[in-house]
Design a protein around this ligand. Structure first.
Ligand SMILES: Cc1cc2nc3c(=O)[nH]c(=O)nc-3n(C[C@H](O)[C@H](O)[C@H](O)COP(=O)(O)OP(=O)(O)OC[C@H]3O[C@@H](n4cnc5c(N)ncnc54)[C@H](O)[C@@H]3O)c2cc1C
Ligand code: SF4
Length: 570
């Protein structure tokens, strides 16, 4: 007679488990399954199937009940997520609503989340730049955080690996501070953007204005067609989901690819509660999961576990994974789990007008803008603040709405707006310094609906950030003035951290187990079969949009993990 409990355990046993199906989890799933590992992907949210579940993707503006805007009631009920520019009537179903998933704000923190298959990969703005050695060497050179255990050369082949598959458009600009990648053709600049690029190149040796590098298929290669994806048609409504697969998302790319191998089991509605640590075996043996629909607690087992729940939730899961060996959270021998959190500072922006090129305007849309790579403190310390900022840039012709007249006259006036001056603008993307005082912890007194403790978030700006904002205003004002722009206005939104959606740290990488949680392979120093490759692993933040680096780190860590499994080291 069959032993029922052994059979049940077998059914719940896999070679690998991936927690989370967003950008980094999708990559872990693809790489693990391609290498032949039977992989369980656990996702707390509902399933979102590519194309069929993009319910608003093809709706016309007038087909939305509120013409795309969200009613006041919805915004009042969701004061946090309503601050995110991408949260609207066409995309609200991909965002976490404030009341459903509470957390404790010890200091104000706007936590923007997407709990579904694909995570925030459906919602992101798709900007993708590589880090350089100026970034990896930053903490050691400037004496903050701990030294990164890797350098650019370690990650460069993995950047290439993920770029080719994801499809990254960009121009080969030849800049040491922003290495070139495996680019598809770049988007075009308009006349004022090209003019600004030339003006800055003439005025400064070390400042550059380039077209953004982004995860859009400008010309599909065979590998993209094999994924069923095709060229981006510039609809610029990406956060509704793109039926063409024109931009990279887990749903359009990595997850269907993993499914095709026959090695992936995807389980939505599966809230990972904690990781099971077996003291005798000296390793993790699986995970505890709460089924979000039945509320049943169950266990799944595997040799390798990848934690990709996005930075803050990854911290939460590890902190909640206690055992006699790890009473303060898995891998937390040094008490630093949840600490040294950092983010990007997007508080500052500059706007202006330009009176030139009045015979020109733009036509159509472009799902991308321009990028000014970091130019402060790159080669040496030159300001009173540490690190620096990158900046976005755009130029577009303003139009003046003419609401004069009645009937046919009014219709004609509305359909033929007069063109005004060119509007130009920039926003800052500042690096923040990870500090022990910026942390997340479990609030054991408050629980989520699934019995998991709520996360307490205590993350803030500091004097370094204020100095950086001031410098950004001064430098951008100078650059705009040199380009002949007028009516320059600076703005500090002073919004709380979080809205930049690039939270990082808490499980940082490093060489020394006394001061870091993960080694150079993203492996917990003290629990070698658990890998963390989302934003939680980041030792410092640099200024680049982070997701491309998570993808590359994930692919590299999977390669190592699978080799270690073959050697029976994990
Ligand atoms: C509006 C917006 C614009 C952005 N623009 C950019 C950009 O231009 N460039 C860039 O690099 N980044 C951008 N980002 C950030 C980017 O989306 C994230 O860096 C990226 O998605 C992180 O990948 P991830 O895998 O760590 O997390 P996610 O993509 O968030 O995926 C995490 C997944 O884990 C699941 N999960 C969480 N907890 C559990 C649990 N306990 N059990 C099971 N599953 C769980 C979640 O439901 C989710 O599906 C943007 C984000 C937003 C919202
Ligand atoms: S801009 Fe491109 S990727 Fe975005 S929705 Fe449109 S076609 Fe798709």
């Amino acid at each position: 007679m069959a032993n029922l409990s052994i059979d049940a355990a077998k059914k719940r046993s896999f070679d690998a488990i991936v927690i989370g199906s967003g950008i980094s989890g999708g990559w872990a799933a693809k790489e693990l399954t391609e290498k032949g590992l039977k992989t369980l992907v656990l996702e707390r949210g509902r399933d979102v199937r590519h194309i069929t579940d993009y319910t608003t993707a093809s709706m016309k503006p007038w087909e939305f009940e509120h013409r795309g805007k969200l009613p006041l009631e919805v915004r009042k009920e969701n004061p946090i997520v309503s601050k995110c520019y991408a949260f609207h009537e066409g995309s609200e179903h991909f965002f976490v609503k404030d009341k459903e998933h509470p957390y404790v704000q010890e200091k104000p923190f706007d936590w923007i989340r997407g709990y579904q298959v694909g995570g925030k990969s459906l919602l992101w703005a798709r900007q993708t730049q590589r880090w350089s050695d100026f970034d990896f060497e930053g903490p050691a050179r400037d004496g903050f955080a701990v030294d990164w255990p890797i350098r650019y050369a370690d990650l460069a082949p993995w950047y290439s690996h993920v770029e080719k598959f994801a499809g990254i458009s960009g121009n080969k600009d030849g800049l040491a501070e922003l290495p070139d990648g495996e680019f598809l053709p770049p988007h075009e600049m308009n006349c004022v953007e090209s003019y600004f690029q030339q003006k800055i190149a003439g005025a400064y040796k070390d400042r550059h204005v380039i077209i953004g590098r982004c995860a859009h298929i400008t010309k599909p290669n065979d590998i993209h067609l094999q994924q069923g994806r095709t060229q981006c048609l510039h609809r610029t409504i990406c956060e509704r989901g793109c039926p063409l697969g024109g931009y990279f998302s887990s749903n359009a790319s990595t997850l269907p690819w993993a499914a095709k191998t026959g090695n992936m089991t995807l389980r939505p509605h599966s809230v990972v509660h904690s990781i099971i640590y077996n003291v005798e075996k000296g390793k993790a043996t699986g995970v505890r999961v709460v089924d979000a629909e039945s509320m049943e607690m169950m266990e799944y087992y595997a040799d390798i576990i990848f934690v990709n729940a996005a930075a803050l939730n990854t911290n939460l899961i590890l902190l909640n994974s206690t055992s006699s060996r790890f009473p303060h959270g898995l891998g937390n021998d040094n008490g630093l789990l949840g600490k040294y959190m950092a983010f990007h500072n997007y508080r500052a922006s500059v706007k202006a007008e330009y009176e030139g090129f009045m015979d020109f305007t733009t036509d159509g849309r472009r799902p991308n803008s321009l990028y000014i790579p970091r130019f402060r403190n790159v080669h040496k310390q030159e300001t009173s603040f540490l690190r620096g900022y990158a900046a976005g840039f755009y130029a577009r012709r303003s139009s003046v709405r003419n609401e004069e007249g009645h009937g046919e006259d009014l219709k004609r006036n509305l359909l033929n707006p007069e063109l005004g001056l060119w509007n130009v603008g920039s926003h800052m993307m500042g690096e923040t310094i990870p500090k022990e005082s910026s942390y997340v912890a479990l609030d054991t007194g408050k629980k989520e609906a699934w019995g998991v403790p709520q996360l307490r978030v205590s993350i803030d700006y500091d004097e370094n950030d204020d100095k950086m904002v001031k410098d950004y205003f001064e430098q951008l004002t100078e650059m705009f003035t040199k380009a002949g722009f007028i009516n320059i206005k600076t703005h500090d939104s002073r919004h709380a951290p979080g809205l930049d959606v690039h939270e990082m740290g808490g499980v940082r990488m490093g060489n020394d187990p006394e001061t870091s949680l993960l080694n150079k392979w993203n492996q917990l120093h003290s629990c070698k079969n658990v890998f963390v490759t989302d934003g939680a692993c980041m030792t410092s933040t640099a200024t680049q949009n982070p997701s491309l680096t998570y993808m590359a780190l994930t692919a590299r860590a999977v390669d190592y993990a699978v080799k270690e499994k073959k050697k029976k080291n994990v």
